[in-house]
Design a binder for this molecule. Structure first.
Ligand SMILES: CC(C)(COP(=O)(O)OP(=O)(O)OC[C@H]1O[C@@H](n2cnc3c(N)ncnc32)[C@H](O)[C@@H]1OP(=O)(O)O)[C@@H](O)C(=O)NCCC(=O)NCCS
Length: 295
């Protein structure tokens, strides 16, 4: 049995990590080399590295999205060292780090074809709390608005009304209320975060006779700033399609090359996405897992 140690990433790990990440998957390239420098620099993130004889053979990253929530990502083990318990060791070190920092809730996403990870999560009794499918679309130069539905950027005075609607049962979307932040990190949409997003001009809505009936929040892709990425969408049956079309138009006006987002597998929403010219950019589903770091 090899002796494995886990420590935080160092600048000099970069090349060794990039080298084994070239072989992460058989038919797909990895993106770790594209995000490493940013991940390394962000104070809210920690990259844990498993080393054997001082050589990096595995990584996992955790990002603190709020004072009670963590997001797990980037678990990779060098092919030559798989099946030796390295992911298990990284997992327990991260869990310990989160407990020490009093972070109670952890989440991550796993693709439906990733049987090893799905098995690992199930054996740890981590529950799936949602399924998501990424979609893409193209910007459009015009949109035929319906006279009584008005697309608008939300501003601070409207916040209470908007917040009521975030939690409204009239709204189609998902049961859980998550904002999918930059770099695809799910976090609970709480009022403070919502206010902050409004202040930053990232919240858009559809009003019908001055009543807010649809809401969308802009997010971002970590690796491609030319894509208009959505982090949240919800609305009444009548508003969703027009909201999605207006967002395509907004992306055009703001000169984005394309748009997209992760959308919950709610039939109605998927149906409107298709009607509004969005297509699935992945044939499977992403499962969102959540667990309590203290249990
Ligand atoms: C997934 C991955 C990180 C596992 O790393 P690893 O060090 O080989 O895993 P471990 O040896 O620590 O095993 C972890 C668990 O997975 C199980 N496992 C490992 N390899 C397996 C395999 N090929 N088939 C089925 N189960 C497997 C182990 O039995 C163990 O289960 P347990 O801890 O519940 O008892 C590694 O295969 C990898 O880098 N894959 C490509 C990247 C990837 O898919 N990352 C996850 C993205 S969400």
């Amino acid at each position: 049995m090899v002796e494995v140690q886990v420590r935080l990433a160092r600048a000099e790990d970069r090349e060794a990590v990039f080298a084994f990440c070239q072989h992460t998957w058989e038919n797909q390239s990895d993106y770790i080399h594209l995000v490493w420098d940013r991940w390394f620099a962000q104070p809210k993130g920690r990259i844990f590295v498993a080393v054997v004889n001082d050589v990096p053979v595995g990584i996992a990253r955790v990002f603190i999205v709020s004072d009670s929530e963590a997001w797990w990502e980037g678990l990779r083990v060098d092919r030559a060292y798989r099946g030796l318990g390295i992911a298990r060791i990284l997992n327990s070190q991260i869990q310990q780090f989160l407990r020490e920092n009093n972070i109670k809730i952890s989440r991550c996403i796993v693709r439906s074809e990733d049987k090893v990870m799905l098995g690992m999560m199930a054996r740890r009794n981590r529950s799936i709390i949602g399924h998501y499918i990424p979609h893409r679309s193209t910007p459009i130069s015009t949109v035929e608005s319906l006279s009584d539905l008005v697309f608008t950027q939300l501003n601070f005075p409207g916040i209470n009304l908007a917040w009521e609607l975030v939690n409204s049962s009239e709204f189609y979307g998902e049961n859980n209320c998550f904002y999918i932040g930059p770099g695809a990190k799910w976090q609970e949409l709480k009022i403070e975060l919502f206010k902050n997003l409004i202040e930053r001009g990232l919240v858009w809505g559809i009003k019908q006779s001055d009543r807010l009936v649809g809401l969308a929040i802009q997010s971002a892709l970590e690796r491609d700033k030319k894509v208009f990425w959505l982090g949240y969408i919800r609305g009444t049956k009548e508003s969703l399609q027009i909201l999605l079309l207006e967002l395509r138009h907004l992306a055009f006006q703001k000169k984005y090359s394309s748009l997209g987002g992760f959308f919950p597998t709610c039939d109605l929403l998927l149906n409107y996405l298709e009607k509004a010219g969005f297509w699935k950019s992945y044939t499977g589903e992403f499962s969102l897992f959540e667990w309590d770091d203290f249990s």
